[in-house]
Design a protein around this ligand. Structure first.
Ligand code: ASP
Ligand code: MG
Length: 438
């Protein structure tokens, strides 16, 4: 079996849906499990439209007409009846009225709102595939196929029990292939959850791992994972091969092709992931696996993450004492602050936290230890590649390149695995830093 995931732009219009169906047909002998995102094209940004309509309902204007128009439009363009999505549209209309009446749009309700995109697109995909491609594809929503998650609305995680359950349910459903919803699941109490924006990639590896797929294909609108953001770097190229670790670092550092958690099930179940371009299906894309076949490049990609705060705690109490770091990190943990990069000396700890986190309460507590300094508008820049391990002179070249580009490094960190070198720079220097490193 294989997993095949089609992102929003790969199912954004009638034309791309047909292209995607053609690709599934090509692999039909491998019994694909197909994971579908909500439609996403310049004329139909379904997830965003759902969110906007829910927010308007909260402010007292429940109006489902835009969602109706977009979803019926896709059906019409495909020449299929919208009957398959009408019950969901009606339900959505009632949901908006509910939101406007009770004046509440909690993360739980927002997950329910967003779920309609994938629930509708996966039904449309199945209908066209069966009608035009002469196959017997079966449809089920992911939670009916066993995808049970934590109740962390907006950032749910699959529960371990879901893996054998999914395998069983997919086998029971049968058919030439199974088509299901990306992005969504259900919590233990039966409420719909989402895995976070862009979460269909994560669904793909969850399903792939559950059915023990020989590979998971992520079909998107770029030809694989790139050496840098092509919007910043002219010569950015597709990377033929990445290790699981390299891909995890990259996904995490905001190389937007993959949802950050995508690699977790792939690593745990050792399943190769292939990132392919629906609009250029003959391009080999990027394959991500545990053992690389090709010669290792020293560094493979430069990623960056803007909107970062730098927090420095300076304290003479740290000198020669133990347990100090534990106390500091306990505070961040209690305030649920996500630390991205750390550097320490005998008298200070510097760490980075994404902007938008509420730092105030934590900084007030940290002041007990000494001086606390917070500066904003920073960017993390990260050079990634397992081939850097044991190679002399990499750090010198990195620092030299940044110095030539006139970029000051505020903080630097390289783990002993030598898989990446992470640097913190002023946000205004991020583009120059990425370009010079590339
Ligand atoms: N439709 C969801 C989103 O826009 C999930 C996905 O596309 O992966 O975030
Ligand atoms: Mg995506």
């Amino acid at each position: 079996m294989i997993g095949m995931k089609f992102g929003g732009t790969s199912v954004g219009t009638a034309e791309t849906i047909r292209t995607a169906c053609g690709l599934v047909k090509k692999f039909i002998d491998k019994k694909p499990v197909v994971i579908v995102s909500a439609h996403n094209s310049p004329t139909c940004r379904m997830t965003n439209t759902l969110i906007a309509s829910a927010e308007e309902a909260l402010s007292g204007k429940p109006d489902s007409s835009k969602v109706f128009e977009l979803q019926r439009g896709v059906c019409k363009d495909l020449g299929i009846s919208s009957d398959i999505v009408e019950p969901l549209l009606e339900e959505y209309d009632r949901l908006l009225v509910g939101i406007s009446m009770i004046q509440e749009l909690s993360p739980r309700t927002m997950d329910l709102v967003m779920s309609f995109g994938e629930r509708m697109s996966s039904r449309v995909f199945t209908a066209v595939f069966n009608k035009e491609f002469g196959v017997n594809a079966k449809h089920a929503d992911s939670y009916d196929l066993g995808l049970i998650t934590t109740p962390a609305f907006g950032e749910a995680q699959p529960l371990n029990e879901c893996y054998p359950e999914i395998k069983k349910k997919v086998e029971e459903l049968g058919g030439d292939c199974v088509i299901t919803t990306g992005f969504i699941g259900k919590g233990p109490h039966g409420h719909i959850t989402t895995l976070g924006r862009g979460g269909s990639d994560y669904s793909a590896t969850i399903f792939g791992a559950a059915v023990d797929a020989e590979e998971v294909q992520i079909w998107t609108d770029v030809s694989g994972v790139m050496t840098a953001d092509p919007k910043l770097v002219d010569g950015a190229k597709s990377i033929p091969e990445l290790s699981f670790m390299e891909a995890s670092e990259l996904a995490w550092y905001g190389a937007k092709v993959l949802h950050p958690a995508t690699m977790i099930p792939a690593i745990e179940h050792n399943i190769p992931v292939r990132v392919m371009n629906t609009h250029e299906p003959d391009h080999p894309g990027t394959v991500i696996r545990s053992q690389l076949e090709r010669e290792k490049a020293v560094a493979k990609s430069v990623a960056y993450k803007k909107h970062t705060n730098l927090v420095t705690v300076t304290s003479s109490r740290m000198l020669g004492s133990h347990g100090f770091m534990a106390k500091v990190f306990e505070i961040f943990n209690r305030h649920k602050l996500d630390i991205h990069m750390i550097a320490t000396s005998e008298v200070s700890i510097s760490l980075t936290i994404p902007e938008g986190s509420n730092l105030e309460a934590a900084t007030a507590e940290l002041k007990v230890f000494g001086d606390v300094d917070v500066s904003s508008d920073k960017a993390l820049v990260c050079l990634i590649g397992e081939g850097m391990a044991g190679i002399k002179g990499v750090a010198r070249r990195v620092c030299g390149a940044l110095s030539d580009a006139g970029v000051n490094i505020r903080m630097i960190s390289q783990g002993a695995r030598e898989l990446n070198i992470s640097l913190l720079v002023d946000e205004k220097d991020a583009a120059a830093a990425v370009q010079s490193l590339h």
